[in-house]
Design a protein around this ligand. Structure first.
Ligand SMILES: Cc1cc2nc3c(=O)[nH]c(=O)nc-3n(C[C@H](O)[C@H](O)[C@H](O)COP(=O)(O)O)c2cc1C
Length: 173
């Protein structure tokens, strides 16, 4: 089974989580790449896709990446966001990613907070449409932290178990 951890990251938060996921995969056939360097997606059996939540949704580059993944592939989706973990403002983006992944098998999702630069936050706070998440994001400083990265590793392990289960069941048929 070949595994790809593909990510898009503007300020480095999602890259850190991608690296933790990559480290958490106990498998030799694994590759870590930013999405713009992924060449032959078809060779991978399990693809982790990571992105930063932007404007309550999935950034356009990740939208295109998800749409290009062949039907039937196994996916694990992860994201970082300024708003609270598990909160409604972050969950909206996961729904969007799940709908973009229809026709693929999504094994699970993982999200954690990622800090936003204070100067940028001030800017978002001025915009009525962005204000709610920007208020929450004030307390995201220091994330992803060690505990987030450990959770990301545990997520990787869980996803690998599920994928191996499906993979070996498929081979028996
Ligand atoms: C343009 C932009 C829009 C953002 N929109 C949201 C948002 O709607 N909700 C949210 O929780 N965080 C939002 N954030 C915060 C990022 O999701 C968060 O800081 C993330 O960890 C950045 O990841 P990266 O360092 O991998 O780019 C936004 C950040 C930027 C720069």
């Amino acid at each position: 089974m070949k595994i790809l951890v593909a990510y898009y990251s503007q300020t480095g938060n999602t890259r850190k989580v991608a690296e933790a996921i990559f480290a958490g995969i106990r498998h030799t056939q694994k590759t870590l790449l930013p999405i713009d360097q992924v060449l032959d997606i078809d060779q991978y059996d399990l693809i982790f896709c990571g992105f930063p939540v932007q404007h309550h949704g999935v950034p356009a580059r990740m939208v295109h990446f998800l749409q290009a993944i062949p039907q039937g592939k196994k996916l694990a989706i992860f994201a970082t966001h300024g708003s609270l973990r598990g909160g409604e403002k972050a969950v909206t983006a996961f729904y969007s990613a799940l709908s973009l992944s229809s026709g693929r098998t999504v094994l699970g999702t993982f999200g954690c907070r990622g800090q936003v630069k204070f100067e940028q936050l001030d800017e978002w706070m001025e915009k009525p449409h962005e204000r709610a998440w920007a208020m929450e994001a004030q307390s995201a400083n220091g994330h992803p932290d060690q505990s987030d990265l450990e959770d990301a590793q545990a997520f990787a392990d869980l996803m690998l178990h599920s994928a191996e289960h499906i993979y070996s069941a498929g081979k028996k048929i």
